[in-house]
Structures are given as structure tokens and as C-alpha cells.
Design a protein. Structure first.
Length: 201
């Protein structure tokens, strides 16, 4: 797979554009929908429903108390990283009661971003386990909220038990450039770690 120049903002996709499916995963309320919304070149498809009492026991709203909606199926957006690489973004639902959807959603995905809220690290444990179980290469993106404490990356790596070769980057999911940088980090990681495997897919 030719990923040359993937990290330069590109002209509109044309010609022999390569389309790649990328998952945006992570725990409940970590900013998956926000990232897909901020970075997508098209108006994204979202499946947000109002948070209800039914999920009150499952949802841990510490830090995201103002959150009123949750993804019940998926978010979908796309972004052209350069003139030959189009990313199709699939945001997963974060609530535990919708995790059964994850199996189908990951089919054909080349890689994933796992969003982590450092105020609620544990909420993304399951997503990380799932990437490992489904053998999906991923990067970790720490979505920085205003009251997030700053931890050394290596402390977070230890806490999440992330191997050294997996990049951990910080981002603001509301910011297009920052979200785009996360996707570039993912593509760079895919390229670095498995150029040969990419060729064969
Ligand atoms: N301050 C700040 N707020 C954010 C950021 N990202 C998301 N939010 C807010 O945090 C809440 C959660 O964001 P969502 O994008 O809905 O999170 P999600 O991961 O899609 O949530 P689920 O689909 O329910 O799992 C929303 O109220 C966002 O406005 C961020 O980077 N900074
Ligand atoms: Mg969502």
C-alpha cells in the first residue's frame, strides 16, 4: 500500500484513491462522536440518542456530567488525508449495553484509534482488550478535557498496559487539526509496523 505523503493535507481525493476503514473506539463518553464530527470532510452520520434513566446504572458520568446523548449504533464520517488516501471513520458505541455490536463493526478495519479520558482510564480498558482480541492495530489518543490532570505518558502506558511500540498521543477531539493528527499517527503506526501486511489486504 502506498501511503507516501499521507501526512500532508492533500488535494481532494481522486484517481487511484485508496479507501481505508478506521475505527474510533474507546470507553463511554471519551469523545468518539466528537472526534468523528470534528474531523470528517462530510457531515457525519451519527446515531445519538438521549441518555435515559435506563442506562443510569451503567454510565459513569464523572467529568462528562453535561453529556446528554450517547451513540447507540455507530458514527460514520470520512476524511481525505491526501489525494490517494481516504479514511472511512466508524465510531463505536461506548455504552456497555451496545458492545455486542463491536464484532460486526470491526470487520475489514485496518486500524483503530482508542480514545482515553485520563480522568476515567478504566472506561477504555475494555476497548483496548477488544483491539487485542480482534487483532486490530491501534494507537491510543488521550482526549484532554479542561480538568484532566497531566500524567507522564509512561505512567499512562503502564496503567493501561500498552506495549512500548504502540503510540500514545494527546488530542483535543473537538479540534479538527488535533483529531487529524491522531489519524496521521495511526497511519504512520500502520505503515511503520506492518507495511508488508498492508500490501496483502
Ligand atoms: N472539554 C472537552 N469536552 C469534550 C471533548 N470531547 C468531547 N467532549 C464532550 O464530552 C462529552 C462526550 O463526548 P462524545 O463525543 O459524545 O463521547 P462518545 O465517546 O461518543 O460517547 P458515547 O458514544 O456515549 O460512548 C460531550 O459532552 C462532548 O461535548 C474534549 O476534547 N474536551
Ligand atoms: Mg458517541
Amino acid at each position: 500500500m502506498d501511503l507516501k505523503g499521507f501526512d500532508r493535507p492533500g488535494a481532494p481525493a481522486s484517481g487511484d484513491t485508496r479507501s481505508v476503514k478506521v475505527m474510533i473506539a474507546g470507553g463511554f463518553g471519551t469523545g468518539k462522536t466528537t472526534l468523528v464530527r470534528s474531523v470528517s470532510d462530510i457531515k457525519p452520520l451519527t446515531t445519538e440518542e438521549t441518555l435515559t434513566q435506563a442506562s443510569a446504572g451503567d454510565d459513569h458520568l464523572i467529568g462528562v456530567a453535561e453529556k446528554t446523548e450517547t451513540t447507540v449504533s455507530l458514527d460514520f464520517g470520512k476524511i481525505s488525508l491526501n489525494d490517494s488516501l481516504m479514511l472511512y471513520l466508524f465510531g463505536t458505541p461506548g455504552q456497555e449495553r451496545f458492545w455486542f455490536l463491536w464484532n460486526g463493526l470491526f470487520k475489514g478495519a485496518l486500524g483503530a484509534v482508542v480514545l482515553v479520558d485520563t480522568r476515567r482510564l478504566a472506561s477504555s480498558f475494555r476497548a483496548i482488550e477488544e483491539m487485542e482480541r480482534q487483532n486490530v492495530p491501534f494507537v491510543v489518543a488521550l482526549n484532554v478535557f479542561p480538568d484532566s490532570r497531566q500524567f507522564p505518558v509512561e505512567e499512562i502506558r503502564d496503567a493501561l498496559d500498552i506495549p512500548p511500540h504502540i503510540p500514545i498521543v494527546a488530542c483535543d477531539a473537538r479540534d479538527r487539526a488535533s483529531s487529524r493528527d491522531v489519524l496521521v499517527a495511526l497511519i504512520r503506526h500502520l505503515k511503520d509496523s506492518s507495511a508488508a501486511a498492508l500490501e496483502s489486504r
